[in-house]
Write a protein that binds this ligand. Structure first.
Ligand code: AMP
Length: 625
């Protein structure tokens, strides 16, 4: 609670902090290989990554080890167990977040631990010591370790955090990350895109009047991401993403090992039966690579194998790998419909961007010096801390927003997609629309939620489904069901359905079973463009059928309810025209359906008006109708 005091100099009331320490919101980079936690130092206003209790390491390896006696180790201690006890040591859990076995089966061999494959459609589980863990539980263990580190370093309880995720993470993966935070005892105030955080760390976008286009090049140990962002008026929009989920510094190490084996007249097979030699070479290759980021030569011994490397040799070895990243950059720019000259800033992220040749290749491609002033391992966490500080209200003018990558909507009659929140809408967002029933006395309404750009829901992706039950019996068309879509700042969708006359209400948080990959998302967008014309025709036909079905039902009902006020010819002819219209519903001919709708409407309009006039006259006399 702030204390109210009187400023004796000005004589006015002033608020002062009471003696309790101000709550800190931390920024967390939950990485595939390493994780970090950072905060903004109140005194210096600088973002700082927090070190371990020994005061040396900032990086926490994203590794968890389960000891035989039920203990759990996280970070460096766990990493040491990777070689000895791979089956009880979990790494790269981020690759499994929000994924089903079907999503990951093609690279299941990459993991040294057991991924359960008995229920392919639901989220993956990992088996360790006869217990099953979800990637969410495992990520929560890493987050807990980061929370503890922050509490120890800052000497206060930490309960609030901002966590970063790759820009291409879909709803399921973001939700999984948020749940992991919750499980670790953290209130996750915001999920932020990693490239957005990296830009923020450099202060790009912090001036609300500034519009910038930014390329964030992120080359880590095992993954490569390139993201093109646009920031305008405090709104970050991801224009495109590209990359390779199995490309990084580890590949540099592998080419070095193969080169050394070749120099010593050996083949990679030589390591199959000699695991310790393999491990030794891996460590030496990484050491050589890192040394060559500043030195020109490196020499060492792996057992009795002499190993040496010059920077020129190293650059020749890795040239094809670096070129693969540049190809991704080219594609990302093409997708964003931009040329390198239209990029205002380039930001380097990830330990492998320390390699001088990587920097040079990026600079050459974008024809611009990339930002490398900050530590590339820390830049995402530092940016997350900047975002956390904004949320803490310390930089009140800034409001950072994202946009939805794909449209969100519901299925309406005939399998049509009715978009409620369009693609590229700024989030948080809220939108709603009213619907009604098709059948008299209908008490349930099924609401199916989809994501995608196609006109028919069958071509889009289903996110979830629920039923609004207990609608009181009313004639078709009378209930007013309002469907509201609410997307929070993390891109998580909640759907609420409410029948407005009765107040019956139902809602769900849409947490899809398994998520979209970046490629799938791109494919969905591409397909929506390719099929635009065909989709429009299908939609127009389906809309005509829907209208015809509604009209025939209404006309029949009208005739039965108002027999007394109609002539026999009017009744017979109406029913005949209803039949005529029904007979062409399956014809696939939209114009013919429209024609018959018009004929039926034209025929019934005069006597429908007559019946209405009588009803109104009665009502005016106070007679109940
Ligand atoms: P990250 O996933 O961002 O933590 O990056 C880890 C990768 O960066 C690993 O492949 C490291 O070997 C590599 N790395 C770290 N420091 C250097 C350096 N000084 N020179 C070259 N590569 C480095």
């Amino acid at each position: 609670m702030p204390l109210i005091s009187i400023d004796i100099k000005s004589g006015t009331l002033a608020q002062t902090e009471n003696s309790t320490v101000k709550e800190v919101i931390v920024g967390i980079d939950l990485g595939t290989t390493n994780s970090l936690v950072a905060y903004i130092n109140n005194q210096t206003q600088e973002a700082v990554a927090l070190k371990d209790a020994g005061g040396s390491n900032k990086l926490v390896p994203s590794v968890i080890h389960f000891t035989p006696d039920g203990g759990i180790l996280v970070g460096n201690e766990a990493k040491k167990m990777l070689i000895e006890q791979p089956q009880n040591t979990i790494y790269s859990v981020k690759r499994l977040m929000g994924k089903s076995y079907t999503d990951v089966q093609q690279y299941a061999g990459f993991f040294g631990y057991k991924i359960i494959d008995d229920d392919t459609e639901s989220l993956v589980k990992i088996k360790v010591n006869n217990r099953f863990y979800t990637p969410i539980e495992l990520s929560a263990l890493i987050l807990k370790a980061l929370k503890q580190r922050a509490e120890q370093a800052l000497q206060q309880t930490v309960t609030k955090a901002v966590i970063t995720v790759p820009a291409y993470f879909n709803d399921a993966q973001r939700q999984a990350t948020r749940d992991a935070g919750k499980l670790a005892g953290l209130d996750v105030l915001r999920i932020v895109n990693e490239p957005t955080a990296a830009s923020l760390a450099y202060g790009i976008g912090l001036n609300p009047d500034d519009g910038r286009t930014i390329a964030v090049y992120d080359l880590g140990g095992g993954t490569f991401d390139i993201s093109v962002l646009r920031i305008e008026n405090g709104v970050f929009e991801v224009l495109s993403t590209n990359g390779d989920t199995f490309l990084g510094g580890d590949d540099f190490d592998r080419t070095i090992i193969n080169y050394w084996l070749e120099m010593n007249g050996l083949t990679p097979d030589a390591l199959h039966n000699n695991k310790s030699m393999g491990q030794q070479l891996r460590l030496l290759a990484e050491e050589a690579k890192m040394a060559l980021s500043t030195a020109q030569n490196w020499q060492g011994m792996a057992g009795n194998l002499p190993c040496s490397l010059t920077r020129t040799q190293f650059e020749t070895l890795i040239e094809p790998i670096v070129q693969r990243t540049i190809t991704c950059c080219r594609q990302a720019l093409a997708d964003a419909k931009l040329t390198p000259a239209q990029i205002d800033e380039v930001v380097l992220v990830g330990g492998s961007t320390r390699v001088p040749m990587v920097k040079k290749a990026v600079e050459q491609f974008f024809n611009r010096r990339p930002h490398d002033e900050l530590n590339p391992d820390e830049v995402v966490a530092l940016g997350a801390a900047v975002q956390a500080d904004i949320l803490a209200g310390n930089n009140k003018d800034m409001l950072l927003l994202d946009v939805t990558p794909l449209s969100l909507g519901i299925e309406t009659m005939g399998g049509l997609m009715d978009v409620i929140i369009a693609r590229n809408t700024k989030i948080p967002a809220k939108a709603g629309r009213q619907y009604t029933t098709h059948v008299d006395g209908q008490s349930d309404m099924r609401i199916s939620v989809y994501q995608g750009e196609r006109d028919l829901v069958k071509d889009n992706r289903k996110l979830g489904e629920f039923s609004l039950k207990g609608i009181p019996a009313m004639p078709a068309g009378l209930p007013k069901v309002e469907i509201a879509f609410i997307i929070d700042a993390d891109g998580i969708l909640r759907v609420r359905a409410k029948e407005l006359r009765s107040g019956v209400e139902q809602s769900i948080e849409v947490t899809p079973q398994y998520g979209l990959t970046e490629e799938e998302m791109a494919k969905m967008l591409l397909e929506s463009i390719q099929h635009a014309e065909a989709d429009r025709q299908v939609r127009a036909l389906q809309e005509a059928i829907n209208e015809a079905e509604n009209l025939t039902a209404t006309a029949e009902k009208f005739v039965t309810q108002n027999t007394a006020m109609l002539t026999p010819e009017e009744i017979d002819q109406t029913l005949l025209l209803v039949q005529d219209l029904r007979s062409v519903l399956q014809s696939g001919n939209k114009d013919l359906i429209h024609q018959r709708i018009e004929t039926l409407n034209n025929f019934t309009r005069p006597f429908a008006e007559r019946v209405m006039d009588v009803a109104i006259a009665k009502a005016m006399r106070g007679t109940k109708i």
